[in-house]
Design a protein around this ligand. Structure first.
Ligand code: XUL
Length: 524
């Protein structure tokens, strides 16, 4: 018998849905609503309001709610078996915050199905727009909170990350400082994830530990609100925040608004939502310590997993709680495709020519090294961009091609060492993951097998799998993550690339030399 679970993804530009049938371990339905196209009346561009100050990036949260109505409408007209869905969960863009008045619990628990969500939510917002993860206007507040917590390392150890402009705590502090009356009028502060979960459950939802870790407000060790961080952020914050809860928490049955209006199964469980990165960890099948995903996109992103909580003393990697109950890290390297393409173009190559260059050079590149900071880099923090070469001539085209890729893989290895977990399997996604020569260097430098992974929406898929996990736990079963991701979140068959043993010594040496060059440039 079919076992349907629904995963939603409230992302920056769209609201998407994935329905899985756990019985046959397949995705059976997918759809997506693009905000700009569906709701021109909010005047968003790429899901955000334009502002003369590029540092201010907000979105009206009412639009996310309106999208929920349209999505259910769409699913009903597509004959999605809504009446048979067993549980729903979701993923939200991380860090974004939603500010509600004291009428919120009453409004949310009495949603009237003969009206729209937009009509129902009249009077619920104490702040009409939500700052989202792209907002970078809180540098002063970051410094204030970080100083109050004792500096970079204590802040990272306390909350999993040092303070970042987009993180929720600094955003709340700025709101309190610049709009004290509106802050006073705010009774509830949630994340995008918990706001959407609240609508589905018909009651204020907890914030899950994964998304909670992206706030600079949660104690990353105990998973409770961190009193000093709260005090450093804004007065009386405790009473404004919901409870924190594990990612498998059932908030309750789904709200009667959805059962009456869209014939959603009244027995269906509404789970807490999580952030898009924690959900993606499940959608990418990273269910055991040491499993890593590397996305080779415009920027390169490194998702690592660990059982124990360790934090990055340099504050470069974020630590979030994984939906498995362990920990995950997100490390973002800005000079990804950007740097590979710059080198390809500088030597007038196409990707085949780039691959030929990798094949015609040797692992370790005879000690030739490049630090590929075409743009200011996030990890390591380089504000003053510029490519630096060591024992590498700019005229050496093949040497430069190998050097840029070895630099990227080496940097990932060096800047994930604080986790103290050797990767056991790497799943790689994104444009450059099509290139087997790049993946061979990845496997050799990381000394770990690499598999290709094809994903469309790992966050929504991860949310659907989490819905299944929470549902089965509540019904007394003890589902294994292996069984849950099987068939749904697995790498491309036969795509495994194995490290070549004799390259290990060569790369150990190169990594040491690279670290020295990097120190020279960063001064750290
Ligand atoms: C993570 C981050 C983004 C958002 C939006 O720290 O800011 O990945 O979650 O996707």
């Amino acid at each position: 018998m079919a076992q349907y679970f629904l995963g939603l993804d409230s992302s920056t530009q769209s609201l998407s849905a994935i329905l899985i049938d756990l019985d046959i371990q397949k995705v059976v339905y997918e759809t997506s609503i693009n905000y700009d196209q569906a709701f021109p009346h909010y005047t968003t561009q790429n899901g955000v309001l334009s502002n003369p100050d590029p540092k201010l990036v907000h979105t009206p949260p009412l639009m996310w709610a309106e999208a929920l109505d349209l999505l259910f409408d769409q699913m009903r007209s597509d004959s999605v078996p809504l009446a048979e869905i067993l549980a729903v969960s979701g993923s939200g863009q991380q860090h974004g915050s939603v500010y509600l008045t004291n009428k919120a619990p009453q409004i949310i628990s009495n949603l009237n199905p003969s009206q729209t969500l937009v009509e129902n939510l009249d009077g619920i917002f104490s702040r009409p727009t939500s700052p989202i993860w792209m907002d970078s206007s809180t540098t002063t507040e970051c410094e204030e909170i970080c100083t109050a917590l004792g500096g970079l390392q204590p802040t990272t150890e306390a909350t999993g990350s040092t303070t970042f402009e987009r993180f929720t705590g600094p955003q709340i502090r700025k709101f309190y400082k610049t709009e004290p009356d509106a802050y006073n009028n705010t009774a509830h502060i949630g994340l995008v994830s918990s706001f959407m979960a609240s609508l589905l459950a018909g009651r204020i939802s907890p914030i899950d530990h994964g998304d909670g870790a992206g706030m600079n407000l949660m104690d990353i060790q105990t998973r409770d609100w961190h009193t000093n961080a709260l005090n450093a952020t804004a007065p009386d914050l405790t009473s404004r925040l919901p409870a924190l809860a594990p990612a498998w928490t059932v908030v309750g049955p789904v709200s009667s608004y959805f059962t009456q209006k869209y014939a959603l199964n009244p027995e269906a469980r509404a789970l807490v939502w999580s952030g898009d990165n924690p959900c993606s960890v499940i959608g990418l099948g990273l269910i055991r310590e040491g499993m890593v995903a590397i996305s080779l996109g415009t920027s390169d992103t490194y998702f690592g997993t660990m059982k124990q909580c360790r934090t990055d003393p340099h504050g470069e990697g974020h630590v979030f709680v994984s939906p498995t109950g362990g920990y995950m890290t997100l490390i973002c390297f800005k000079n990804g495709s950007l740097a590979r393409e710059q080198i390809r173009d500088a030597y007038n190559l196409n990707w085949d020519g780039f691959s030929n260059a990798l094949q015609s050079t040797v692992p370790g590149n005879d000690g030739k090294i490049m630090l590929p900071y075409f743009e200011p880099e996030i990890v390591p923090n380089i504000l003053d961009p510029g490519v630096r070469r060591f024992d590498l001539d700019e005229s050496d085209a093949p040497g430069n091609c190998r050097a840029v890729v070895e630099a990227q893989m080496t940097s990932m290895r060096i800047h994930s060492e604080w986790m103290n977990v050797s990767p056991s399997a790497i799943y790689t996604t994104g444009g450059a993951s099509e290139n087997a020569d790049i993946l061979q260097i990845m496997a050799d430098v990381q000394n770990c097998p690499v598999h290709r992974f094809e994903v469309t929406n790992s966050a929504a898929l991860g949310a659907a799998i989490r819905a299944a996990h929470g549902f089965l736990l509540e019904t007394g079963e003890n589902p294994t993550w292996e069984a849950l991701v099987s068939g749904l979140a697995e790498p491309v068959p036969n795509s495994k690339i194995t490290p070549v043993p004799k390259t290990q010594k060569i790369y150990d040496k190169l990594i040491e030399k690279y670290a020295t060059c990097e120190k020279e440039v960063t001064g750290r």
